[in-house]
Design a protein around this ligand. Structure first.
Ligand code: SF4
Length: 196
């Protein structure tokens, strides 16, 4: 299974060329996957692509999302908490915190967490696994879609210790910066400093 989220324009142009398509088809995929208004997140819905190209992508295991919303909780102040289910049936949380000018997305980096901080319920569960960059990025799109506006700020303060998933955190930060167009100054990685 290959998830397109986290891919750059160049990556997707190369995918299009590999399948005998013009490079602009890759740019069409790029524009589609990072647009939160595209609600039904599967390759069939990228209607600008020829049918046979969509079929080949699906047959070869490409995806644009692996998460499903299980629960939504909207607080009086507009803060939205989403419980999302992964393909292997694990649960992760993300939160959208709105103000007039900002929408901050609080993202999870792992399913559970091994750090066991005394004040934290997530730590009691232990670590199930780390999230892939595509699963981290998909949390942003779900928040944007549910709240119908672009995320402006990112905080890695949800489930997990980001430094224990550093490769996928760095991949996702590259994409947040380049593909979601969120400045690095608006991305905060909160850590309790993972042991070496
Ligand atoms: S590092 Fe964060 S998620 Fe993990 S146990 Fe501590 S507070 Fe909870």
């Amino acid at each position: 299974m290959k998830n397109f989220l986290g891919s750059s324009i160049k990556d997707l142009e190369n995918v299009a060329l590999e399948y005998g398509q013009a490079a602009f088809r890759g740019r069409q995929i790029y524009n589609w996957i990072y647009n939160y208004r595209n609600k039904n997140k599967n390759i069939d819905q990228i209607e600008v692509l020829p049918l046979d190209f969509r079929k080949k992508l699906k047959d070869n295991g490409f995806k644009v999302s692996e998460l499903i919303v299980k629960e939504r909780n909207l607080a009086n102040d507009g803060t939205l908490k989403l419980l999302l289910s992964t393909e292997d049936n694990e649960s992760i949380e993300c939160v959208g915190i709105p103000t007039e000018k900002r929408l901050t997305a609080c993202l999870s980096s792992q399913v559970g967490c091994p750090m066991d901080c005394k004040f934290c319920a997530t730590g009691k569960e232990g670590l199930k696994r780390s999230l892939k960059a595509s699963e981290i990025l998909d949390q942003i799109l779900f928040i944007e879609h549910e709240m119908n506006r672009k995320v402006t700020n990112i905080v890695f303060m949800g489930m997990g210790e980001p430094l224990l998933n550093i490769d996928d955190i760095l991949l996702s930060i590259r994409s947040i910066n380049n593909d979601f167009q969120i400045s690095q100054r608006k991305i905060t990685v909160s850590t309790v400093a993972a042991p070496k």
